[in-house]
Design a protein around this ligand. Structure first.
Ligand code: SR1
Ligand code: MG
Length: 396
């Protein structure tokens, strides 16, 4: 892997991205390359550079010194590019094939050069178009188990684990999550964004002290429980998919946090699809929800039995306690994600694209209802099957 030399930060143009790729030696000088900026996320530029003659390409991802979604008034650390590239590499050690290959890192220009995945589709976009991704939940269940188990105290020497905790300290990006997922949507704060016809439901959330107490507990877990190296933003827009392949991208929010957070975010983003679909196509998503948890928990359990280094690993009840806690946390975090993507700053296309206002508001009310229910009842929801029964009941 190349580590490029020092120079001052400047954001690249498409032409400069081509020059940059050639300087890295990834293409020969005489080639006529094509480049387009394809980033549709909230924070970064993503340049796709390809040789039109053979279709071979690379991705140059560059962090901007501010949040693209808001503009220059919201400065944001460039260090996130290094965190993202390092997390891709660390997670790739355990989930090879489920993350893109990193070719080069450039800390000064906040650039990661990586495998071109444009043969795949962003899972959110594909799911919205009812594309079929038969491997999505098995792959994500496997990715979650491998990355989260292997970076936890259950698999690592305590010195190694604490070294990683410090390497992946990511305070600025964590602060975004603390604010946008756990705080702002539950108060009358300026960052929130919702249709006026949701105001009654939103005000009910702001004045629900019981709900706020449970969200405060979940926020405390996020702030304090350094269990494993999380992806930190595992929604369906952070996943590339096809019928044959799944790749997890964009771990710029990576840090050491509670294992249930990654699991819960992914489940919540599948739930948006259960809200917008009907009939057989909704059943497919219920199956993905069930399979994600089943693959994750059985793989985690298998790794525990084979590889755990914890002295208490065989103590009766401990493994079950750990998995039950992850499940409860995941349901609670999923609840927060459902609410914040509906009334907070950063929405999801699954709901916002519904053109008919009445239908859109109904879908959003359902997301809020499921979110509240998950947060308040996470300790009573005992299995993934009961999650599905609950969703089926609410969506009758
Ligand atoms: C200002 S960033 C808004 C959201 O986009 C990212 O993908 C994260 O989900 C973040 O909360
Ligand atoms: Mg992202």
């Amino acid at each position: 892997m190349t580590i490029a030399t020092k120079r001052q930060y400047e954001s690249l143009t498409e032409e400069q991205a081509i020059v940059y790729a050639k300087k890295l030696g990834l293409f020969s000088d005489e080639l006529e390359l094509e480049c387009s900026e394809i980033g549709d996320g909230n924070l970064n530029y993503v340049f796709r550079i390809r040789d039109p003659k053979n279709g071979k390409g690379i991705i140059i991802k560059q962090a901007l010194p501010y949040a693209k979604v808001v503009g220059e008034s919201w400065p944001l650390t460039l260090k996130r590019a290094k965190i993202e590239a390092s997390a891709l590499k660390k997670h790739g050690e355990f989930a090879a094939g489920l993350v893109p290959e990193v070719y080069a890192i450039d800390e000064e220009l906040a650039i990661t050069v990586m495998e071109d995945l444009s043969r795949l589709t962003i899972a959110r976009e594909g799911l919205i178009c009812l594309e079929s991704y038969p491997k999505l939940s098995t792959d994500i269940g496997e990715y979650l188990a491998q990355t989260l188990f292997h970076t936890s105290d259950f698999a690592l020497h305590p010195f190694e684990k604490k070294k990683l905790v410090s390497e992946f300290s990511n305070p600025e990006l964590c602060k975004i999550t603390e604010d946008l997922i756990f705080t702002d949507p539950f108060f009358d704060y300026e960052t929130n964004d919702f249709e006026s016809s949701l105001r009654v439901d939103v005000e009910a959330i702001w004045s629900n002290e019981l709900l706020k107490l449970e969200v405060a507990k979940l926020k405390k877990s996020f702030l304090t429980e350094a269990e494993a190296l999380l992806h930190g933003d595992l929604h369906t827009g952070s996943i590339f998919a096809s019928e044959m392949e799944t790749k997890v991208i964009d771990p710029e929010f990576a840090f050491y946090g509670p294992i249930g957070f990654d699991v819960g975010l992914f489940l919540a983003n599948l739930i948006f699809q259960t809200i917008t679909r009907e009939g057989e196509s909704r059943v497919v998503i219920f199956e993905h929800i069930e399979k994600t948890w089943e693959v994750f928990s059985s793989k985690f359990s298998e790794l525990w039995k084979k590889e755990a280094v914890e002295s208490y690993k065989d103590t009766k009840g401990f493994e079950t306690y750990v998995l039950d806690k992850i499940f409860q946390d995941a349901i609670g975090f999923a609840g927060c994600e459902l609410i914040r993507r509906t009334i907070g700053l950063a929405h999801v296309k699954d709901l916002d694209r519904i053109v008919d206002e009445e239908q859109r508001i109904l879908a959003k009310k359902q997301a809020l209802q499921i979110g509240e229910l998950f947060i308040l009842n996470r300790k009573e929801i005992s299995s993934i099957q009961s999650v599905i029964e609950l969703l089926e009941e609410l969506q009758k």
